[in-house]
Ligand binder design. Structure first.
Ligand SMILES: N[C@@H](CCC(=O)N[C@@H](CS)C(=O)NCC(=O)O)C(=O)O
Length: 205
């Protein structure tokens, strides 16, 4: 059994994607919380030595660091043949969903969440309006990609569901509404036995 250490933070949707995937795959791991709001140079030396960008998530597998949430999800699926990694079609589906998430809904919701932490005026407000328009398109694509569901990978959730969960879990914080299709998927995701609140994925201390 591999030794897995996952560096993350509860306010990082990218880190939650990986924590959820490890949970769904039943892979025991040690979570280490990194303060993403602190100056990077103040983060633990072991983390800084392993993480070239000083970003979370970082998954250390038997001493080898893996960075970038999408790459880590694919590594988990292929290495353990789970969450889509059981078949060529499943991993292709996973890759496609990860690319869509990273380029669309995952390039929209985190920015909307961040924009609410600063005053919305001038050029920023125009950017927020544009991101809200993008979100409307993303809602339609979400339904198209989910199809008959119940999950993006079919009957069982896979790495695509984990990736999309990362920030779709925080629609309220982004100031946008879920479509009925999204609300149903969110309820199914919340009902998964492996699902945890972000704080529980990365407990303090
Ligand atoms: N593209 C990266 C994004 C990682 C990222 O932006 N991490 C943020 C938290 S969500 C972080 O570590 N921020 C702290 C910093 O950059 O100092 C991924 O998918 O893993």
């Amino acid at each position: 059994m591999s030794e897995l250490v996952l560096y993350g933070h509860p306010e990082s949707g990218h880190a939650c994607k990986v924590a959820l995937a490890l949970g769904l795959a039943g892979l025991a791991h040690r979570p280490v919380r990194i303060d993403i709001w602190a100056e990077p140079q103040t983060r633990p030396a072991a983390f800084l030595a392993a993480s070239p960008l000083a970003e979370v998530p970082l998954l250390v597998i038997d001493g080898t660091p893996h960075m970038q949430s999408g790459a880590i999800l694919i590594e988990i699926a292929v290495r353990h043949r789970r969450l889509g990694g059981e078949s060529a079609a499943g991993i292709r589906r996973g890759r496609e969903l990860l690319m869509w998430e990273a380029n669309r809904i995952g390039m929209c919701l985190p920015q909307l969440i961040e924009a609410r932490r600063v005053p919305e005026e001038g050029p920023l407000q125009r950017a927020v309006d544009w991101l809200r328009l993008r979100y409307e398109t993303d809602c339609g694509r979400f339904a198209l990609l989910l199809g008959d569901g119940p999950f993006f990978h079919g009957e069982m959730p896979g790495i695509g569901d984990c990736a999309i969960w990362g920030y779709v879990q925080w629609l309220e914080q982004a100031g946008v509404e879920p479509t009925p299709v999204m609300a149903d998927w969110i309820a199914r995701m919340r009902g998964l036995p492996a699902m945890k609140a972000p704080e529980a994925f990365f407990p303090e201390g």
